[in-house]
Write a protein that binds this ligand. Structure first.
Ligand code: NAD
Ligand code: TYD
Length: 335
């Protein structure tokens, strides 16, 4: 048996990753999640009665409780997703980002060291590199230049992991991935927000002129990328993960509307502060060393994603809680 401890497993990528790991033979998963607005245990309801799965509603900053969990389970591999993950929220208020992303990561490193885990995977983002002009791409050697409070907190957590690797020979690996999309993504991020607004007949808010470019990766490809780093990556190394699908926001929103068969009701709104122009990833290192490359292109990935949301309107309504409405109002309806 290989025993995984996954943090943030009730969020978007974490839920998809747990489904992936549970489909492998001889694995157990212990999911540690605080259940913030972004965490939804129903994403994993299929495992409620499965002996190989356990769930703990715990804040990763709570070291004492983490210790009791690590003590009772023999954890081999920690995969650390738990984070405050949304740039716009970090612009409204940064403190939770420092608490969870920086302090929480250090707390998890400390307990993982205490219980001598074999591997610690720190799931990070390409946003640590800032923005890059065409035709450049971020490599693992690119300068760290975070522009949002979210990106700065993730960069800080990467630095704490790197310090633990250098100081304590901590057996960690870092992955830095581009923008994910797919089932179970909270409708504050671009793709599910646009799908949700189209389904509700609401306007589609595009920041600035919509010319910013992101490299989109289907969440299943990201999960396989992380798994390839677990099984084939070298300890102490950083691996970029990208989707080979760069597109301007405005063009992406048109594609989403086409997929849903509507003429988009676009509303150009105030630009995001310090809005990164372009993200682009050189993922040749993970390809060469781990044999990984993205398999699902934007056309198919978007089709799957849009139809998942159309078929799971209940899920969408359920997560659009009072908290979501308050956030939406603050972000989009005040100027
Ligand atoms: P998400 O916001 O959907 O989920 C985050 C999860 O973490 C939630 O279930 C939440 O309840 C949990 N959480 C938050 N604070 C916690 C705490 N203090 N203790 C325990 N649990 C806590 O995020 P996501 O989009 O799934 O991203 C997961 C990870 O991947 C993050 O570390 C993010 O930085 C990274 N990442 C995301 C993307 C992307 O496009 N979404 C791209 C690259 C990297
Ligand atoms: P987002 O999904 O928040 O991811 P990130 O900021 O981490 O890249 O945003 C993706 C792009 O879409 C980004 O350039 C900002 C833009 N955007 C909008 O134009 N309107 C929106 O309502 C949102 C949420 C994002």
């Amino acid at each position: 048996m290989i025993n995984y401890l996954v943090t943030g497993g009730c969020g978007f990528i974490g839920s998809n990753f747990i489904k992936f790991v549970m489909s492998l033979p001889n694995t157990t998963v212990c999911n540690v999640d605080k259940l913030t607005y972004a965490g939804n245990p129903l994403n994993l309801s299929e495992f409620e009665k499965n002996d190989r799965y356990s769930f703990y509603k715990v804040d990763i900053c709570d070291k004492k409780t983490l210790e009791t969990i690590f003590k009772s389970k023999k954890i081999d591999i920690v995969v650390h997703f738990a984070a405050e993950s949304h740039v716009d929220r970090s612009i409204l208020s940064g403190i939770e980002f420092v608490k969870t992303n920086v302090e929480g990561t250090q707390s998890l490193i400390d307990v993982s060291r205490e219980y001598s885990v074999e591997q610690f995977i720190h799931v990070s983002t390409d946003e640590v590199y800032g923005s890059i002009d065409d035709p450049g791409k971020f490599s693992e050697e690119s300068e760290l230049h975070p522009n949002s409070p979210y990106a700065a907190s993730k960069t800080s957590s990467d630095l704490m992991v790197l310090a633990a690797i250098r100081t304590h020979k901590f057996p960690a690996k870092i992955t830095r991935c581009s923008n994910n999309y797919g089932p179970y993504q909270y409708p504050e991020k671009l793709i599910p927000l646009m799908v949700s607004n189209i389904l509700e007949g609401k306007p589609l808010p595009i920041y600035g002129k919509g010319e910013n470019i992101r490299d989109w990766i289907y969440v299943g490809d990201h999960c396989e990328g992380i798994y390839s780093v677990i099984t084939k990556g070298r300890t102490g190394e950083i691996y970029n993960i990208g989707g080979r699908s760069e597109i301007k926001n405005i063009d992406l929103v048109h594609k989403i509307a086409d997929e849903l068969g509507v003429v988009p009701n676009i509303e150009f709104v105030k630009d995001r502060l310090a809005h990164d122009e372009r993200y682009a990833i050189d993922f040749s290192k993970i390809s060469k060393e781990c044999g990984w490359y993205p398999k699902i292109g934007l056309e198919i990935g978007l089709k799957n994603t849009v139809s998942w949301y159309e078929n799971n309107k209940k899920w969408l309504d359920n997560v659009k809680s009072k908290e979501y409405m308050t956030y939406y109002k603050e972000q989009y309806e005040t100027s």
